[in-house]
Design a protein around this ligand. Structure first.
Ligand code: NAD
Length: 484
């Protein structure tokens, strides 16, 4: 089989997204966190208290709106997202230095197509001898949302659709490293609202988000729900805020490949998933545990699909660059942490750092390592994939569960053995478990089900959608209102 080319990858992404529009690399234009090509962005504030006050007005407007009107605004958000996906994709790559324009475009289209709207809000009725009880999904009020640098505008738009569908207002404290593209997305939501006859500021954000502005958000009495998408530090912080919080935290998804799998397909699927947006999605394959008797075949299948195999010595040299020592301010202990300059970079750029020059057909770096290697243990978010050989399914499950570190986020397996698949799924307890497909099937890319960019494992909402941002309220009519 011939090596997969860049054009093939683009074709795959187009196919899995289905109805997405043409990928292009339209100019992102000139921009800051408050303007785009001289146009002032709507809903951006310098003071978090002002941003919250604006979001509160947005909430009042949504409360006064019919559900039909909310849906009209959401339809315009979807349309603008599809139209401006290439701009946000290019801006996201330029601003953060991470990821790929074609894949980021596909992610925006996925958000536009598969984020549930108001149809996700359903009421329940219970009738019986004592009458009728109605349970409705009500808004929380103003939601405070913290968003990451890895899927910045995708998360802002996905969160906005779900939160507005649920009847909430939203204020964002986006990642400072992705503030321009995040605020472009906030402005897009507000433009959509205005175009559909809604308020000019439906959602709000900060021009310079900081830890201090996040603190104000976390303690402000008007914020009724916190939704945090990010690493372990920020999830811990919102969960200790004393407010109702949804935490979508870190993952380190393992993949098991046993000797019943279609090895050619597994090699291709794993490389497709691992390299999607240069491994930035938290669901992407991060380490592989493969049966020793099929290991060479799997490596060869990966190499046919754009993987470059490096030696143990090269892997150790690369680890010295992509991971750096960081001292914890509280404990004084030093630990390894990802070098932000390497996160989401192209495989060729990373290989260059250890003096290896490759063509643009190489999209992933693979290496054989032992279980304790830092590439297995750390969530790299780079197209680097360590491969660990195992003797049997017991060893595979034991090591894969340990490598997942109890995040209970995402895991993958390639196998035709139902017992093995079931055993790993039960043991790893992840929110998402993908069988015989690339990781992105788990968020609706070529797999059934809706999408989200906020996967809430720690707090249990899972693949969040509008209903995750609601509170249940009950209305009881005693003795009456039955029709039978
Ligand atoms: P990050 O943790 O560096 O930042 C996330 C956000 O939190 C940013 O807005 C940042 O400014 C803010 N922040 C960080 N520490 C904070 C604190 N103590 N108080 C208040 N705000 C704080 O995340 P990142 O590097 O942009 O994203 C990558 C991480 O996020 C990875 O660990 C990835 O797995 C995870 N992630 C998870 C999901 C999910 O759905 N579960 C989605 C995307 C990313």
């Amino acid at each position: 089989m011939a090596a997969i080319t860049k054009a093939d990858i683009e074709k795959i992404v187009r196919e899995v997204v289905g109805s997405m529009g043409a990928v292009n690399t339209a100019s992102a234009g000139s921009y800051t966190s408050t303007q785009y090509e001289g146009r002032k962005l709507l809903g951006i504030y310098s003071d978090m208290n002002e941003a919250i006050a604006a979001a509160k007005e947005g909430y009042k407007a949504v409360r006064a709106m019919s559900v039909e009107k909310r849906e009209e605004i959401i339809t315009v958000i979807r349309n603008l997202t599809r139209k401006e996906a290439p701009i946000m994709a290019k801006m996201g790559v330029e601003e953060t230095g991470m990821g790929r324009v074609d894949h980021k475009t596909a992610k925006h289209n996925l958000v536009a197509d598969k984020t549930p709207g108001t149809e996700d809000i359903v009421s329940e009725a219970k009738t019986g001898d004592a009458g009728l009880t109605l349970t409705e999904m009500a808004p929380f009020g103003v939601v405070g949302a913290i968003t990451p640098s890895t899927n910045p505008s995708e998360t802002v738009i996905c969160n906005s659709i779900g939160m507005i569908a649920a009847g909430n207002g939203v204020v964002f404290n986006p990642h400072p490293g992705a503030i321009c593209v995040s605020n472009y997305a906030v402005d897009l939501v507000n433009r959509a609202s205005k175009m559909a006859g809604g308020p000019e500021v439906l959602v709000a954000s900060m021009d310079k988000p900081t830890m201090d502005s996040a603190k104000i958000m976390q303690t402000h009495p008007d914020i009724r729900l916190l939704v945090c998408t990010g690493g372990p530090g920020v999830v811990r912080s919102v969960l200790s805020s004393g407010k109702k919080a949804i935490g979508a935290g870190a993952g380190n998804p393992p993949v098991i490949v046993d000797d019943t799998a279609d090895i050619e397909k597994a090699g291709k699927d794993i490389i497709d998933g691992c390299t999607f947006d240069n491994n930035l999605p938290c669901i992407a394959e991060k380490e592989v545990f493969v049966f020793n008797n099929v290991k060479e075949r799997l490596i060869s299948a990966m190499q046919k699909n754009g993987a470059y195999l490096i030696s143990k010595a090269q892997a150790d040299a690369l680890a010295e660059i992509v991971l750096v020592d960081v001292t914890d301010k509280k404990t004084g202990k030093t630990k390894k942490s990802v070098n932000r300059k390497c996160v989401g970079r192209d495989a060729a750029v990373l290989l260059n750092m250890i003096g290896v020059s490759v063509g643009s057909d190489i999209r992933c770096i693979i290496c054989e390592t032992d279980f304790n290697h830092l590439f297995v243990q750390e969530e790299l978010m780079m197209p680097i994939l360590p491969i660990v050989g195992v003797s049997n399914i017991d060893e595979a499950i034991d090591l894969a569960v340990k490598a997942e570190h109890g995040n209970r986020h995402t895991a993958h397996m390639h196998s035709k053995n139902i017992d093995n698949l079931s055993r790993f799924a039960a043991a790893v307890e992840t929110t998402i478990f993908v069988k015989n497909a690339p990781s992105f099937a788990g968020i609706g890319f070529g797999g059934e089900g809706h999408t989200t960019f906020t996967i809430a494992g720690p707090t249990g909402e899972g693949i969040t959608s509008a209903r995750s941002f609601t509170r249940k309220r009950r209305c009881v009519m005693a003795d009456n209102f039955r029709i039978i």
